[in-house]
Write a protein that binds this ligand. Structure first.
Ligand code: SAM
Length: 332
């Protein structure tokens, strides 16, 4: 009895403390989502031309300078950001990437998403820079299909890059966009690939960053892949890894990310910095916050807090609407 009273008093005071803490947090929106993860598009340039990453009205914009990027990351770190992922466009095309990495050592977790073409060449510098993990995008394990999707003949460069990262002890995950009539023929091959290399492979749904015709012809919910996997393989464990639901099949680890069929907006902790310095609250946000203007001012925390408070509960995107912003600016 006494114990119970003590317990409930403790709980009440703990929840008051939590409430107080939440009120002082800047990086929280009106739905209680705490934003600690920043994705930075370093450039809108890319050395591949993936069919689904080509918005109808794409025009390149001048990128931020490395000093501006560092300054903005530092501002956002004071705002509560603890994890940064560099993406693009292709982030390894930026020769000043390592200068940026050197200047943001205070950030707890630093990750990179790459198409892998330049990975082998840059792996030693990436390793020394203290990168925590690398996601490599790879939509097919057949060189001809890789070329069909990306427009380039560099399949083996990506495989070499993945091998170089693995042999340097870097944590690698592979992301594969699920494409109807393509991915379905490779599910078993990806499972073997995952087991052979001890790396997670995650299937992600196609998002409307391309023409409606392409979406209509190629969209496939990842549940279709999951259904096949569950019918054919024995699952040894299931867990969540960020937004991916991961299934272990003996030595393979296969995951599913469903931004369209089952959005995960309720748990979103992400902010996005576009290659030209605009902060967005969501991949599908239309109204950005220009960080370039604010890189030198002091009243920014208050303005950022106000901007974040207005984040929508959900992206409300379906495949009937095409995004107005290119994936390359906002960073995939
Ligand atoms: N160049 C790097 C790469 O290939 O990983 C980083 C940028 S790329 C835009 C990041 C990720 O976004 C890639 O995994 C790519 O497959 C994915 N992506 C691009 N357009 C997409 C779309 N329309 N739907 C789903 N994923 C997309």
């Amino acid at each position: 009895m006494v114990k119970h009273r003590q317990g409930s008093g403790g709980n009440a005071s703990a929840s008051r403390n939590l409430e107080r803490k939440m009120k002082t947090l800047n990086n929280i929106d009106k739905f209680g989502r705490i934003h600690s993860y920043l994705r930075v598009s370093l450039t809108d340039k890319c050395n591949l031309s993936c069919k689904y990453c080509n918005p109808p009205e794409f025009r390149a914009r001048p990128p931020l300078k490395s000093k501006e990027i560092v300054k903005i990351i530092k501002i956002l770190s004071d705002f509560g950001i603890t994890k940064v992922r560099f993406t693009g466009g292709e982030p390894l095309l930026r020769s000043d990437l390592f200068d940026i990495l050197n200047e943001i050592k205070k950030i707890k977790k630093i990750c990179l998403t790459t198409n892998g073409l330049l990975l082998r060449k840059k792996i030693h510098k990436l390793k020394i820079s203290g990168l925590d993990s690398i996601n490599v995008s790879l939509d097919s394990l057949y060189p001809e299909r890789f070329k069909q999707i990306t427009g380039k003949d560099n399949f083996m460069d990506v495989i070499d890059g993945i091998n170089a990262a693995i042999s340097n002890g870097i944590n690698v995950k592979v992301n594969c966009v699920a494409l109807k009539d393509l991915t379905n023929h490779e599910i078993d091959k990806f499972i073997v690939f995952s087991a052979d290399n001890s790396i997670d492979v995650r299937f992600i749904e196609l998002m409307p960053f391309c023409s409606k015709n392409f979406i209509n012809a190629n969209f496939m919910p990842v549940s279709e892949i999951k259904k096949y996997v569950l019918s054919k393989y024995q699952i040894t464990s299931v867990c969540m890894d960020g937004v991916a639901k991961m299934y272990e099949i003996f030595n393979a680890k296969i995951g599913f990310i469903s931004p369209i069929s089952h959005p995960f907006c309720f748990s979103c902790n992400r902010l996005r910095l576009s290659s030209d310095g605009i902060l967005y609250r969501c991949l599908f946000d239309i109204n950005g916050f220009n960080m370039k203007n604010y890189a030198k001012t002091r009243d920014i925390e208050h303005k950022l807090k106000k901007y974040l408070e207005e984040k929508k509960e959900s992206h409300n995107i379906n495949n009937k609407i095409s995004s107005k912003i290119s994936m390359r600016f906002i960073g995939g």
